[in-house]
Design a protein around this ligand. Structure first.
Ligand code: SF4
Length: 289
């Protein structure tokens, strides 16, 4: 009888590049990029494409398998769609074996198909919170638009990455509702963010404990099933620093490496040595999921 070789658990790393930062007129209460809250962040228009490519090379050398091109504002327009498409093409030409994700807000099927044609593999659009609670955290656009964009992603033939943020004052029922809405979309990848308070934002504190965060990961894994990416993204350093094993044991198999949109993460080499110490391998292909 042959003994089955046990494989080490692989962790999928994703890097984020904010290629247009911080000039959004919407009022999402969790977002430092809204101009309404005057958060102390760097704000800039279209980043140079050559810089985006160089940063993609660094992300790849840090072990990232996913590379996410993020733009501020509510959604895509022609100029932004063209910019993201050109950035994607340039990265694909110079850096191989990176899964390219675009995260550019609300988008039509046509805009998404255009991005796919130019090298984007996945689209990230989060539902953020439950449909019921959404009106409490954003008054300038409805939750239904978010859900609709996620459906557009699927009909454009892109892989869907959709998750949300926990700890913004929502109830336990809201959390259940958000998780089941996410699961109803069957996303290939789900980022779970845990709210990171910023003094400029209207939501002053995070109503989430470590135990609750672990339960959310467990529940998300149960609802989404195996063979999907479940990422702990924003807020990891606040809740799981030094307790990453619990996060992976609960069902997470992916995390962000490097900085977040407007918040610094841990240094990539620290994260890589944490993973090695815990006995995990860094995934080199999405095919091994
Ligand atoms: S639409 Fe996006 S960029 Fe604008 S405030 Fe909301 S989350 Fe931030």
């Amino acid at each position: 009888m042959t003994k089955k070789l046990s494989r080490k658990k692989e962790i999928f790393l994703c890097a984020i590049n904010n290629i247009l930062s911080g000039t959004c007129a919407e009022d999402c209460k969790f977002c430092t990029q809204s101009v309404r809250y005057n958060a102390d962040i760097e704000r800039y228009k279209f980043k140079e494409i050559s810089q985006i490519v160089e940063e993609a090379k660094i992300a790849k050398s840090n072990g990232a398998l996913g590379y996410c091109l993020v733009t501020a504002n509510k959604g895509l327009d022609d100029k932004k769609t063209d910019f993201v498409a050109r950035a994607a093409q340039a990265v694909k030409a110079k850096v191989h074996d990176l899964n390219l994700i675009a995260c550019n807000g609300t988008a039509s099927k046509e805009q998404l198909s255009y991005l796919k044609k130019h090298g984007i593999d996945s689209y990230n659009h989060n539902l953020e919170t439950s449909e019921r609670y959404y009106a409490d955290i954003c008054s300038t656009h409805p939750w239904s638009e978010r859900y609709e964009t996620c459906e557009n992603v699927k009909s454009a033939g892109l892989a869907l990455c959709s998750g949300g943020i926990f700890g913004m004052g929502e109830t336990h029922e809201d959390r259940e509702s958000l998780l089941s809405s996410i699961a109803s979309l069957s996303p290939e990848s789900t980022p779970l963010n845990f709210y990171h308070p910023n003094p400029a934002l209207p939501i002053k504190t995070a109503n989430i404990t470590f135990d609750e965060a672990v339960q959310i990961i467990q529940k998300a894994r149960t609802l989404l099933g195996e063979g999907r990416l479940l990422m702990v993204a924003g807020g990891r350093e606040l809740l799981f620093n030094g307790k990453e094993k619990e996060m992976f044991d609960a069902g997470a198999n992916s995390m962000v490496i490097g900085n977040y949109l407007t918040t610094e993460g841990l240094l990539p080499h620290k994260d890589k040595s944490m993973l090695a110490k815990l006995g995990y391998e860094i995934a080199t292909s999405c095919d091994t999921l």
